[in-house]
Write a protein that binds this ligand. Structure first.
Ligand SMILES: [Fe+2]
Ligand SMILES: [Fe+2]
Length: 174
């Protein structure tokens, strides 16, 4: 692979690990604020983000390339409501979508068809990520801070379980 593309993959890997770390911080916030369902949902998302990062690592290894790891930023946020947390989630996922888009464009422009095809899974995944958060934000806005409604949403979020994503091109799973 061309080295600027490998470097861009490494930067994306850092962003996916940061995403994991951010969701873990959010899970911590919910666990400390009586919303165990939201703590579960964000913890499952933390596991998904780890899998996103790991599959990118596996991909570089499959191409006989090495990853450059970098320090992760502090994920703590000054959130004061579930709505604020999920608004921060949407904002963050939009940045990740943009970043994946740039990476795919770079793969295409370097003539690396294999990397471009591999990245399609991530392009599609981002549509789902933003869609899920948008649905959740709609519900939270409807709840409008009502504790009963919030607890109903929370019990729904408690049912989410982690299923390791299967990313074509890197074997079965993370
Ligand atoms: Fe991700
Ligand atoms: Fe994500």
């Amino acid at each position: 692979m061309k080295q600027p593309l490998v470097q861009a993959f490494s930067e994306q890997i850092n962003k996916e690990y940061f995403s994991a770390f951010l969701y873990l911080a959010m899970s911590n916030y919910f666990a400390n604020n009586g919303l165990k369902g939201a703590a579960n949902w964000t913890y499952v998302q933390y596991q998904e983000e780890l899998a996103h990062a790991q599959n990118l690592v596996h991909y570089l290894h499959a191409r006989s390339e090495s990853v450059s790891f970098a320090a992760l930023a502090d994920p703590s946020g000054a959130w004061s409501s579930p709505l604020e947390v999920f608004e921060a989630v949407l904002e963050h996922e939009k940045l990740v979508t943009e970043s994946i888009g740039h990476l795919a464009t770079m793969a295409m422009q370097s003539g690396d068809h294999a990397a471009y095809i591999f990245l399609q899974w991530y392009v599609t995944e981002q549509v789902e990520e933003e869609g899920n958060v948008n649905d959740l934000l709609d519900k939270l806005k409807l709840a409008n801070g009502n504790p009963n409604a919030l607890l109903m949403i929370d019990s729904e979020l408690a049912t989410r379980t982690f299923v390791a994503p299967v990313v074509p091109g890197v074997g079965t799973s993370a």
